[in-house]
Design a protein around this ligand. Sequence first.
Ligand code: PXG
Length: 287
Amino acid sequence: MKIYLNGKFVEKKDAKVSVFDHGFLYGDGVFEGIRSYKRNVFKLQEHIQRLYESAHTLMLKIPLTQAQMIDAVVRTLKSNHLSDAYIRVIVSRGEGDLGLDPRKCQGTATVIVITDKITLYPQELYQKGMAIITVPTVRNLNEAVNPQLKSLNYLNNILAKIEATNSGCMEALMMDAQGFVAECTGDNVFIVRRGELLTPPNARLRGITRDAVMELAKKQKIMVSEKLMTRHEIFVAEECFLTGTAAEIIPIVKVDGRVIGDGVPGPITLKLIKAFHTITSKDGVKY
Ligand code: PXG
């Protein structure tokens, strides 16, 4: 396996960073999870744009232009002869001292591209649907660590994931500080209510899969809007599903023990899954 590390391709065993890298010491850095389908990197430009936006907020200078970063992703995929892959782009602050101050990181940021295979959930859950659970850990406040900031500090999400797995579920539903539904640890949430598609506007990452699904829904003349929602609205929804690069679109059939709709993946969910798979190998950067 070849890994892109600061402009060079190295073997997995040699892909190492300094213990003084602030990405390691503090989670000071940004990342993206991306997928390729049949030699097409789905929504690559959108992912790279979001990476640079997160870096901008962190005042982290990425030593590559967006075009060079796209090229690095494509070259890594080609070096590994992968046509369908999961791609992880990581940019960390780089080497500093033991203090927090990023200005002490005198060198350049560390840039890494890893390409591999990933299956997040067992295949049968895509057919039968998955159960999720609400967790006590509240999604980060916009005013603290904004959920739009896709940083290397994912402890908020990891705490929630631990709580879900402790309760026997593979994904956690997180609320915002006001008690409204926010998102899951690595996925956005959607419900269908009276035939209309709804998703939270608050305390969530603006997922690229989420955007793609909203666009597909509009094309299929399914009404879609962003709406604050409570757990009650999820419990009484006709359908529920999650979206994310790793998860793609996964139907949810149980939330906190309540059966959603008929307890099987609903017709709108299935329609959107089908439509999604028609665009994944088309919409993006081919290689
Ligand atoms: N919310 C959060 C908090 C995320 O981290 C999404 C939503 C979905 O966004 P996209 O753009 O992928 O549609 C993410 C995605 C995982 C995993 O293991 C997920 C993400 C990153 C790393 C791992 O599920 N991010």
